[in-house]
Ligand binder design. Structure first.
Ligand code: HEM
Length: 700
C-alpha cells in the first residue's frame, strides 16, 4: 500500500523533465468576467471591502494588520439601510446587504448584522481577505507563475514528491481531532463554485483524461496536468485532472477591471454552526421542523437521521435510489462517513436541547425554543472548538498569550467591532489545509469494549452515507472517532486522498494535495518566502536559507522542484516546517492560524463569552464550560455507554474510558424561564449575572 521510497526515487528521476513540461496552451488562463451578470453588480459591492484587508491584531506591526475602520454610520435597528433592487442571489454580486438590521437577540443565519457598522461583513458570497497582496501571473487574476515568468512545477509532481504516503500515527490525538477540524473548517468557509463533495460539473479534461485544445477549454478551467510517467495515472494513460478556478469578485464584476481579483467564499464566515442551521433563511427553513423548536429528522430503525436530500443523485454517489443522502445546513455533509457522524451528532444535540427546553418552558413557542436551543448548541460548539480543540493545534501558551482563550470563570467581553471576522485566504487555502495530513485511509468500527470490529476504506464511502445506517455502524464509527489515532501532522498523506479522492468506484481518483497546491496558485497567494518574512522569520536568499525550519532533505526536494526560493508556494513551504513545540504546525502556519482564530472570536458580536449579546447569563456560561466532545458523542449516539474524558486524546491511563454519566454535563435546568411568558430581551440589553432582569432564569 505504501511504496513511498520507490515512488519518490522514481519521481525524482523524472522531476527535472517535467517541471517545465507543461502543455503550451495552458499558459493562458482566461478569466473573462461573466457576461450574464446584471449591470448592478458593482453597486452591491460594499465600499468598505476596499479598506478591510487588515482588521486583526495578533501579529501587529504591519500595515495589513491595521484595524479596519468600518464605513458609514451604523444602521438603526429596524430601519431599512437602502432600497435594494431585486436580484438573483444565486448568481449575482458579492454578497447581499441586509435590508435592515432587526434588534434581535439571535444571530441571523447568513451572519448579516453581526457587525452593526458593516452589516454585510461575514456574509456568504463575499470575498476572503488576505494578509499579503495577490501574486497573480498577470498581476490581476491569472494563476501564479515563477518569478522568471515560467510555469511553476506541476502541482501533481509536487504532491508526488513532497506528500507521499507513510503510515505514521499521531502518538497523542484521536481521529476526532482531525474530524472536528473539518467541522470547524466547513463552518467557516467554502470556496465559491465548488461543493467540495462532488466532482465539479465543469469538465476541464476530455472524457478519456487528456488535455483539451485551448479553444475547447471551458471558462474558469485550470486543469491539473499529470506527468507522463505518473506512477498511477500513466497506467490509464491519463494526462489531465479536473480543476475549476474559484469564482472571484472580478468574475462577478464587483471590482474595477484593473483591480486584482479576490476569491469569494460561499458560506458565512462566523463559527456559528451554519453547517447545521444553514447559511441562508431558505436553507434554514428546509432543515427545520417548525414544531417544538426542533430540526427535521427522519426515523429509521429506531434512530434519528437527517432528512434526505431532494437531489440525491446530484449530490451523492449513491448506487440505488433507496440509499441515504442527507440534507443539512452545509452542502458537504455527505462527503465522508466520519464528517457525517459529527454532523448528525450536532443535529441530534440541537433536538436533545430543544426537547429539554420545551419541557422546562411549556409556554415557549417553536421559534423561542429553536433559537434558545441554537444559542446553547453554538455556545457548546464554540467552547469545544476554542477550549478543547484549538489548544491542541495552536498550543495552550500561544492561545493564552494571544488572547484566544482565557483562564476565567467570568465573561470575557472582548468583542471589538473594528476587528474583521472575514476568513483569510491564506488561512483557508493554505495554512488550515495542512491538516489534510491527519486524514486516515481506513475508518475503524469499534465495539463498546474498544476492540476493532472491522474497518471501512475511506474512498469506498465518499458521498455515500448509507453505510452509517447499516447495523450498529453509527455507534461503532462514533467510538472509532475517539479510539482510533489520527494520522500524524507531517508531510505524509494517505493515498486514499492523494490517489483515490472521490474515485466513485473507479480505479483511481483525484489528488487532494495536488488540488491544494493548484488552489494556492489559483488564488494567487504570495510566496512562502513572503509569509516567512511577514511572520517574523528571515527571508531566504538561497534554498539553504530555509534550513532554519525545514530539513536538509526537504530543502533539497524544494530546490529540485522550484527555480528559486522566491517561487516556493506557501502551501508547500509552510507544510515542511518543523513544529513549534506544543503545537501541530510550523511557525509560518501557526502565525496565520493564530491570527484567524483571534479574528473569529473577537470579531463575533455573539461569541459565547460576551455578556449580553451571547444570550447567556454567567451561570449559564459556566454551565456551557462543562461540555466536551466526549459528552456530545455519549448523549447523541444510541449504545455508546462510555468514553474517555478528553475525546481528542487517545485512551490512556490518564485518560481512561469511563461511564458516560461520569462525564460533566450541561445542566439545562438553568434555562428554566421563571418569568412565565415575558419576552426574552434582545441582544445588546446587558444581562446581569443572575439572569435576564435578575429573575428570568433560575439561578443555582
Ligand atoms: C476525510 C477528510 C477530508 C477530506 C476528504 C477533505 C477534502 C477536501 C476537499 C475536496 C476540499 C476542496 C479542495 C479544493 O477544491 O480546493 C477541501 C478543502 C478544505 N479542507 Fe479539507 N478535507 C478533509 C479534512 C479536512 C481537515 C481535517 C481540515 C482541517 C482541519 C480541512 C481543511 C480544509 C480547508 C481549510 C479547505 C478549504 C476551505 C474553503 O473552501 O475555504 N479538511 N477539503
Amino acid at each position: 500500500m505504501k511504496p513511498v521510497i520507490i515512488i519518490t526515487v522514481f519521481i525524482f528521476q523524472v522531476a527535472q523533465k517535467f517541471v517545465t513540461g507543461i502543455h503550451p496552451s495552458y499558459n493562458i488562463f482566461s478569466q473573462q468576467p461573466q457576461q450574464t451578470l446584471n449591470n448592478n453588480g458593482l453597486q452591491y459591492f460594499p465600499q468598505s471591502y476596499q479598506s478591510i484587508s487588515g482588521g486583526g491584531r495578533v501579529l501587529g506591526g504591519n500595515s495589513y494588520f491595521g484595524n479596519f475602520v468600518p464605513s458609514g454610520p451604523p444602521p438603526q435597528p429596524g430601519i431599512p439601510l437602502a432600497p435594494q433592487p431585486t436580484q438573483d442571489p444565486a448568481t449575482l454580486g458579492c454578497g447581499t446587504p441586509p435590508a435592515s438590521c432587526p434588534n434581535s437577540r439571535y444571530r441571523s443565519y447568513d451572519g448579516s448584522c453581526n457587525n452593526l457598522r458593516n452589516p454585510i461583513l461575514g456574509t456568504p458570497n463575499t470575498p476572503y481577505t488576505r494578509l499579503l497582496p495577490q501574486n497573480y501571473g498577470d498581476g490581476i487574476s491569472n494563476p501564479t507563475l515563477a518569478k522568471s515568468g515560467n510555469e511553476l512545477p506541476l502541482s501533481r509532481l509536487v504532491s508526488l514528491i513532497i506528500y507521499p504516503d507513510a503510515p505514521i500515527e499521531d502518538p497523542i490525538f484521536t481521529l476526532n481531532a482531525m474530524q472536528y477540524g473539518q467541522i470547524i473548517t466547513h463552518d467557516m468557509s467554502m470556496i465559491l463554485g465548488s461543493t467540495q463533495a462532488q466532482p465539479h460539473g465543469t469538465r476541464c479534461c476530455s472524457p478519456d483524461g487528456q488535455l483539451l485544445e485551448l479553444a475547447n477549454i471551458p471558462e474558469h478551467c485550470y486543469p491539473i496536468v499529470l506527468p507522463e510517467h505518473d506512477p498511477q495515472h500513466s497506467q490509464t494513460n491519463t494526462r489531465c485532472m479536473n480543476f475549476v478556478r474559484t469564482i472571484t469578485d472580478r468574475d462577478r464584476r464587483c471590482i474595477p477591471e484593473n483591480q486584482a481579483a479576490e476569491q469569494l467564499t460561499a458560506v458565512n464566515h462566523y463559527l456559528d454552526l451554519s453547517i447545521v442551521y444553514g447559511n441562508t433563511d431558505q436553507v434554514n427553513q428546509q432543515v427545520r421542523q417548525f414544531q417544538g423548536g426542533r430540526l427535521r429528522v427522519d426515523q429509521r430503525n429506531g434512530q434519528e437521521w437527517p432528512p434526505r436530500s431532494l437531489n440525491a443523485s446530484g449530490v451523492c454517489a449513491i448506487q440505488s435510489p433507496q440509499e441515504a443522502c442527507y440534507l443539512a445546513g452545509d452542502a458537504r455533509v455527505n462527503q465522508n462517513p466520519q464528517l457525517t457522524v459529527l454532523q448528525i451528532i450536532l443535529l441530534r444535540e440541537h433536538n436533545r436541547i430543544a426537547n429539554a427546553l420545551s419541557k422546562l418552558n411549556p409556554h415557549w413557542d417553536d421559534e423561542t425554543i429553536f433559537q434558545e436551543a441554537r444559542i446553547i448548541n453554538i455556545a457548546q460548539h464554540q467552547f469545544i472548538s476554542y477550549y478543547e480543540w484549538l489548544p491542541i493545534f495552536i498550543g495552550v501558551k500561544n492561545s493564552l498569550k494571544n488572547k484566544i482563550i482565557f483562564n476565567t470563570k467570568d465573561f470575557v467581553n472582548d468583542y471589538d467591532e473594528s476587528v474583521n471576522p472575514t476568513i483569510l485566504n491564506e488561512h483557508a487555502n493554505a495554512a488550515f489545509r495542512y491538516f489534510h495530513s491527519l486524514i486516515v485511509g481506513s475508518l475503524d468500527l469499534v465495539t463498546e469494549k474498544r476492540s476493532s470490529y472491522g474497518s471501512l476504506r475511506l474512498s469506498d464511502w465518499f458521498n455515500r452515507p448509507q453505510i452509517l445506517e447499516e447495523g450498529d455502524n453509527f455507534d461503532q464509527l462514533a467510538r472509532g472517532l475517539n479510539t482510533q489515532p489520527e494520522s500524524a501532522s507531517d508531510q505524509y498523506h494517505t493515498s486514499e486522498i492523494t490517489q483515490f479522492l472521490f474515485r466513485a468506484g473507479q480505479p483511481f481518483g483525484s489528488d487532494l494535495k495536488a488540488i491544494d497546491v493548484q488552489r494556492n496558485r489559483d488564488h494567487g497567494l504570495a510566496s512562502y518566502n513572503d509569509y516567512r518574512e511577514f511572520c517574523g522569520l528571515p527571508r531566504a536568499h538561497t534554498f539553504n536559507g530555509f534550513l532554519d525550519v525545514i530539513s536538509q532533505k526537504n530543502v533539497e526536494k524544494l530546490s529540485t522542484l522550484y527555480e528559486s526560493p522566491e517561487d516556493v508556494d506557501l502551501t508547500v513551504g509552510g507544510s515542511l516546517e518543523a513544529h513549534v513545540p506544543g503545537t501541530l504546525s510550523g511557525p509560518t502556519f501557526l502565525c496565520i492560524l493564530t491570527e484567524q482564530f483571534f479574528r473569529t472570536r473577537k470579531g463575533d458580536r455573539f461569541f459565547f463569552e460576551n455578556s449580553g449579546t451571547s444570550g447567556l447569563n454567567l451561570d449559564q456560561l459556566n454551565e456551557i464550560r462543562k461540555t466536551s466532545i466526549s459528552r456530545l458523542l455519549c448523549d447523541n449516539s444510541y449504545n455508546v455507554r462510555a468514553m474517555q474524558p478528553r475525546g481528542f486524546e487517545r485512551i490512556s491511563h490518564s485518560n481512561p474510558v469511563v461511564p458516560c454519566e461520569n462525564l460533566p454535563a450541561v445542566d439545562l435546568s438553568l434555562w428554566k424561564d421563571m418569568s412565565s411568558g415575558h419576552a426574552l430581551p434582545s441582544a445588546g440589553v446587558p444581562l446581569d449575572t443572575v439572569g435576564y432582569g435578575g429573575h428570568l432564569f433560575y439561578k443555582k
